[in-house]
Ligand binder design. Sequence first.
Ligand SMILES: Cc1cc2nc3c(=O)[nH]c(=O)nc-3n(C[C@H](O)[C@H](O)[C@H](O)COP(=O)(O)OP(=O)(O)OC[C@H]3O[C@@H](n4cnc5c(N)ncnc54)[C@H](O)[C@@H]3O)c2cc1C
Length: 375
Amino acid sequence: MDFELNDIQKSVQQTFKDFVDRRVMPQAAAIDENAEFPTELFKEVGDLGFFGMRYPESVGGTNMDILSYCLAVIELSRGSMSLAAACTMQSLMATYFLFRFGDEEVKKHFEAALKGEEIGAICMTEPNAGSDLFAIQTKVLVKDGHFLLSGQKTWVTSAPIANFFTVLAKTDNHEKLSIFFVPSNLKGVTVGKKINKLGACGSVTSEVAFDNVSLPKNYLLGEIGGGTNCLMEILAEIRIMTAALSIGVATAAFEDALKYAKERVQFGKPIGKFQAIQMKFADMEVQLQTAKHYVFYAAYLSDNNLPRHKESMIAKLYASECANSICDQASRVLASYGYATEYSLQRYLRDARFTLIGGGTSEILKNNIGRELGL
Ligand SMILES: Cc1cc2nc3c(=O)[nH]c(=O)nc-3n(C[C@H](O)[C@H](O)[C@H](O)COP(=O)(O)OP(=O)(O)OC[C@H]3O[C@@H](n4cnc5c(N)ncnc54)[C@H](O)[C@@H]3O)c2cc1C
């Protein structure tokens, strides 16, 4: 196993680092404070080719490996979790099923999404079905060669600005999950209340209701009842990506705290010279480095088609827990300034909470890891 990034990976990392330092960092606080979708930056991320990184060149992508994708995700979330959450949604969950199963008509939306000209969203969660996806109640009646979709979804990232939805539902003739493509301008689609959140505030989220929405045959993505298998195809990648989001926000918190510890003087010396503060940095550094390297390892397994189901869960679980611990410790280093909205640390602390939920909660991941161990 090679621990050195290759030239392409280094170049991706540098490109996104420069973009984030130059364009994202100066706007990140305002994006969070105004809770507004960063339209311009989203387009610029699209221009960098981010939305197509994981898709082949034949469909407009750049065919990058997962490790390169993770390096870009880390940089984006180092700058703004709001921007990173919206962009990762667009590059993976919102577009994957269109790419895999869309016909010519549906693929046009996919290709527009890769360029950032259309925005997609995934509708899985419902008011009564979060971790337990099989409990969803959104129903599809199969009728004379077309479908009628009805149900209520919630927590849909990018819903208020989405051109299309990928919707998880149950058909009346099958207990298992199916996936449908649903343009947001169809009759019967209502984007509901915007959800005000603790963090990632510029990644707009809302409820979506479907009331007898008529869908043609070609809007079924995959087979009836094939939804679970389809989700399994990208589950590991979603978890590795969420782990990368965690590393990004943890890096931002760590870097801010390190700078502060070198500058803040108390009792006649920089606070970084006190052993109690050094211990915190040692702990943070160990967590950040081990989490980052495990995420890279999971990406390596995935890129080499090696078994990575359990490893992707470990990466997501460990990186998100480390990110929250690092943000907490970094906030203590800044003390009152870590509590001030003028400083970014409070934003990192709030944003990091999201990584504990998306891609499976820690409890669910621990259950699954236990099951993988034969328990
Ligand atoms: C910012 C944000 C963006 C999101 N974006 C989207 C999106 O775009 N599309 C979408 O469909 N969803 C989205 N979600 C929803 C997300 O996927 C769900 O929140 C997640 O699946 C958890 O569901 P829940 O919040 O209903 O929690 P619940 O499933 O109700 O869980 C509540 C608590 O119980 C625990 N728990 C549940 N079951 C078990 C069990 N069997 N064993 C042990 N503990 C258990 C959980 O770990 C958790 O601590 C988003 C969420 C957030 C916060």
